[in-house]
Design a protein. Sequence first.
Length: 366
Amino acid sequence: MLVTLADALRLLVVPVFCWAAVRDIRTRRLPNRLWPPLYALGALTLALTVVGRWPLAGGDWLFAVRVAVSLFVVAPLGYGLWALGGFGGADAKAVIALALVFPTFPAYAVAGETLPLVSTPAGVFSLTVLTNALLVGLAYPLWLAITNLTAGERSRWLFFTRCVPTDSLTIRHGRLFESSDGHTWSGLDLDALRMYLRWRGTTIETVRSAPTAARDPRRIGPTFDPTDGRVGCSTSPRTDTPTDTMTADGGALVCAGVDAGGVAPVDGGDSTERIGDHTGDEDGSYHEDDIHDDPWGAERFLAAIDHDAYGTDPQTLRAGLALVAEQDTVRVSPGLPFLVPLAAGLLVAVSYGDILFALLTVFGIA
């Protein structure tokens, strides 16, 4: 037999993971409906495999142990890493799906060879996919460093960050790697930045054109749906904003007393000026006293969304906005969704096998 029915069905997971990896790179979002069918497929293929081996005897008990390791060690590991903040939700669900679908090594006869070529004594295939993913993931910092060196970067952070134009932040993923105090690993999440800009109905360009005025919380007018911060999602009015105060014009949101620049009158007047249009005092200046106790309206924004902005606090938001307003280029830690090396690790595991075990064998360790 070239392949069992269960192993043939398991191959359906490979293109799904590849699609999910590409989508995760582009949007950092995956639909929740993706996972239940994979869990059901895992249950079906496991049932078919058990039926094919029943009654368990001799070496079949080793199969049962391998299945137990996959279900009760690998799957909880994915959940645990998510609970500790090491994984995103989609990454954890993907690991659980792999533990269900691939508890043991499959077998595919291709051109006289049986794939995967390299198996392990442990025989837990989901664990092989994980170790492959970790090794593949180590290549990302190297790729980032090569990219930075090619662009002329010589920073000590070239393995982890890249320097990008500030105006491009709205189409990028990751988080700011710097603040006014220097480099930081806990900078502003770029999804949170997009949420804030959409909430105000403004843009980075507008904020950068008049940063002092943008810091003034009195100049925040009607607010809009911040969405979830994903790239390419258009701003729409908040549902609690009266519909007669805003209209859509060519896809750009226009509000009474506030235009696409995101500024409303301070004193309830008839002004329709943008952030950059306000002249302040007679000499055109602003005073710090005008900013009050909530620069940029950071606390008001976070309170409006129940502080659900990817762990962002007011101080981090203010520091990030100040940096964005002042710098033409910023250093960003782009990150890499774990689902990407996980999909690559699955492809390698199905075709070649266990990279780590092969390396250990070459060096005489295994």
